[in-house]
Design a protein around this ligand. Sequence first.
Ligand SMILES: Nc1ncnc2c1ncn2[C@@H]1O[C@H](COP(=O)(O)OP(=O)(O)OP(=O)(O)O)[C@@H](O)[C@H]1O
Ligand SMILES: [Mg+2]
Length: 496
Amino acid sequence: MTTFNELNISQPIMKALEKMGFEEATPIQAETIPSALEGNDVIGQAQTGTGKTAAFGIPLLEKIDSGQRKIQALIVAPTRELAIQVAEEINRLGKGKGIRTISVFGGQHMERQIKALKDGPQVVVATPGRLLDHMRRKTIRTDNVQTAVLDEADEMLNMGFIDDIRDILKNIPAERQTLLFSATMPKEIRDIATNLMNNPKEVKVKAKEMTVENIDQYFIEIPEKHKFDTLTNHLDIYAPGLAIVFARTKKRVDEVTDGLQTRGFRAEGIHGDLTQGKRMSVLNKFKNNRVDVLVATDVAARGLDISGVTHVYNFDIPQDPEGYVHRIGRTGRAGRAGEAISFITPRETAQLHLIEKVTKSKMKRMGPPTFQEARRGQQQAAADKLRRTIDKKDLQEYHETATELLQDHDSVTVVAAALKMLTKERRNAPVNISSVQPISVKKAQRSRDNKGGRSGNKKFYGKRGQGGRSQGGRNQGGRNRKGNYQKRQNNRRPNS
Ligand SMILES: Nc1ncnc2c1ncn2[C@@H]1O[C@H](COP(=O)(O)OP(=O)(O)OP(=O)(O)O)[C@@H](O)[C@H]1O
Ligand SMILES: [Mg+2]
């Protein structure tokens, strides 16, 4: 256990940490902060939800001269919502030191961003495409940048973003400190990373599995055409707090969302074809519990820190193991428990095994829940409602009517009627989801075996998403909480 005190952190930042409820440093923070404070380049790898943001945020903030209203640190993140979220956390950490952090990303008015940039923030968090735009327009000047950070580094150095990242780094003074963080770092990507850095220290928090151990992982083997009913049955039985459902394409996200709404769930979809305004409003509703199920492409797979997510569903199995790690890492954050349920079609069992092998974790088989079990789940939810009402103990004025009812009927019948009225009748309208090809493991495996060469890699990763440019980020979130944590995770690319 390491306290922040032992890490030589300045008073204003210590105060911020206290305010945020951080009592002790997480392992990745304990291991990277001292090295980064010494000025080293660092590659930091630790599981999802283990505080990597503060691990790079604290050292970069310590170096900033808040009297100077010039950009001194640049953080690059793959999606807009993540850029927003990271900026929020860095702002919280740096506020007491008078440091201002803003985010800039595609899909937002340039003029508005230029105005914010003129205000003299010392830290800018950006998606790559928009950052390059600002660099070309000289609305972002890099002469005073001392620290460059790639959050979700393996994603940023992947096919979609690598060219932009090279251009960005070329424009930042060579004496800079470079910090790279992610829950996953495939070897071939690490090699690329090392070339862009100055003798980096590699810190990998040791963990048995790549995934977080407090996430219970399950798989359900089912044919494609039964996925949707299985999903709604499962949601009924286990009544998650907040759930994220990952689907492979934007079209499937739309279809699953529509289907869930038809069946009475408070669901919304998020993917890269939506306007930025819509993306933000959907995410905000999800964070404020006005939406219970977020259906998403991989645009929501990385980095997002939303408290209250208890279940992650892989409606479609991800294309690579790193993607799996990041997706399921949206739950089980900062030491909390979570569940991940992956739907596997019979032809995708090889992909399941590949994921298990690479992540060194095991998914337990679960039978598909039946409609009867789902009905029972709905009744349980009604019974819970009844129990909560009983607990409130303000039923006096109903006693007389209740007694009358019990004179005419036995108590079980009366309670059964009340339950029937409270049970959410699931509209069982048929829902059709257009089918997709099963994931072929051969392709993924081939490129994995073809280590070393960028071309092999390209083939593998090239599938996901085209063109790295401001695909989009998003998300904010970042809530602080006390105490315990856990870690690790993996990643993939927002093709949405
Ligand atoms: N030392 C700490 N003590 C308690 N909570 C912390 C601590 N450090 C970070 N947190 C909280 O833990 C949560 C996860 O942190 P963060 O988003 O930085 O994780 P991450 O490692 O970047 O995950 P991912 O790999 O998914 O991006 C956040 O809500 C953050 O505020
Ligand atoms: Mg992160």
